[in-house]
Design a protein around this ligand. Structure first.
Ligand code: PEP
Ligand code: MN
Length: 352
């Protein structure tokens, strides 16, 4: 009896090998179909064709497996083949590391995103010339190469401080220039892109505008690097597609920023999605920033989150710093004061 089992098992092994060879052949044909569909801009998924195949297979099923089992097994094969077909598209995406294995380096003033570890720091909003001068002087002295500050602020309430507008842009640019830093600031409106690009070294697209496709196209036409924040409820794929909008316009200087996503958690403002940031590093060739301030929304988590992000391989951390956070006109509970920033920097120094 035992020798019979052995014999039968070797039959099973032979069949497994044959199935494997047939699956490989099926997979290669699916890939070829996928390539043709991609070239013709046709969808890969064809529900009518799938239903026809399942009908045929259940009609021809000789048993002993019941039709439900045959359907289940073949549906898995269809799904795996569809994944292969879709993988053919991925190669074509401009953001993808597949067609562009070497990492992109984005230069802005003295900063080289993707080639060195960086800190982006500065206040949430630009409030005055004195505030920006004091902050830039302090940060530059600590070796920070990129100064942030919002002149156009996306505020939840229309009655909250909306930013100083063009006057703020001028203040931010001048403070950065005086201290040899690059200046990054948010642009919210297609009508402002040209103006903001005159002052900023890096245009920031905020979380709330990640799927503002008109804005993405407009910054895609600008001759400046773009810091693209991930939307607070955006999937990683939607974030990458947003980057694709910019890249497709011919602007290849895109920096991705994970800034926390909305979850059920209340003890933090958002939830830092470190896996999203790591995926961005693995799947794309673009530099990746982690904004710990907007992710955590509280100062006591900033250093450990920044350590985790840098250890996971991101290119830069982003943190809000204000000379006197308590009187800041926006985000006053989450910004670091100067002493807090010094402690933050010391806590991450070995990873920079
Ligand atoms: C900001 O960086 O100023 C900002 C508003 O961030 P986010 O768009 O990520 O909320
Ligand atoms: Mn802020």
């Amino acid at each position: 009896m035992r020798t019979r089992i052995k014999e039968l098992r070797s039959e099973i092994d032979r069949i497994n090998r044959e199935l494997l060879a047939l699956l490989a052949e099926r997979g290669r044909i699916a890939q070829e179909i996928g390539r043709i569909q991609t070239a013709l801009d046709l969808p890969h998924y064809d529900p009518v064709r799938e239903a026809e195949m399942l009908d045929y297979l259940t009609r021809e099923n000789p048993g002993p497996f019941p039709n439900e089992t045959i359907k289940h097994l073949f549906k898995e094969i269809f799904k795996a083949s569809l994944t292969l077909e879709e993988a053919e598209d991925q190669k074509a995406f401009l953001y993808s590391r597949r067609g562009h294995p070497e990492p992109t380096v984005v230069e802005a003033g003295p900063a080289r995103f993707g080639a060195e570890k960086l800190v982006i720091a500065g206040p949430c909003s630009i409030e005055s010339q004195a505030q920006m001068e004091e902050t830039a002087a302090f940060l530059a002295e600590k070796g920070v190469k990129v100064l942030r500050g919002g002149a156009y602020k996306p505020r939840t309430s229309p009655y909250a401080f909306q930013g100083l507008g063009e006057a703020g842009l001028e203040i931010g640019r001048d403070a950065a220039r005086r201290h040899g830093m690059a200046f990054v600031t948010e642009v919210m409106d297609t009508r402002d892109v040209e103006k903001v690009a005159e002052y900023a070294d890096i245009l920031q697209v905020g979380a709330r505008n990640m799927q503002n496709f008109a804005l993405l196209k407009e910054v895609g036409r600008a001759r400046k690097p773009v810091l693209l924040k991930r939307g607070m409820s955006a999937t990683v794929e939607e974030w990458f597609y947003a980057a694709e909008y910019i890249l497709a316009q011919g602007n290849d200087r895109v920096i991705l920023a994970e800034r926390g996503i909305r979850t059920f958690e209340k003890w933090t403002r958002n939830t830092l999605d470190l896996s999203g940031a790591v995926l961005a590093k693995q799947e794309t060739h673009l530099p990746v920033v982690v904004d710990v301030t907007h992710a955590a929304g509280r100062t006591d988590l900033l250093a450990p989150l920044a350590r985790a992000a840098l250890a996971a391989g991101v290119d830069a951390v982003h943190v809000e710093v204000h000379p006197n956070p308590l009187v800041a006109l926006s985000d006053n509970r989450q910004q670091l004061d100067f002493a807090g920033f010094e402690r933050f920097l010391a806590a991450i120094a070995d990873l920079l």
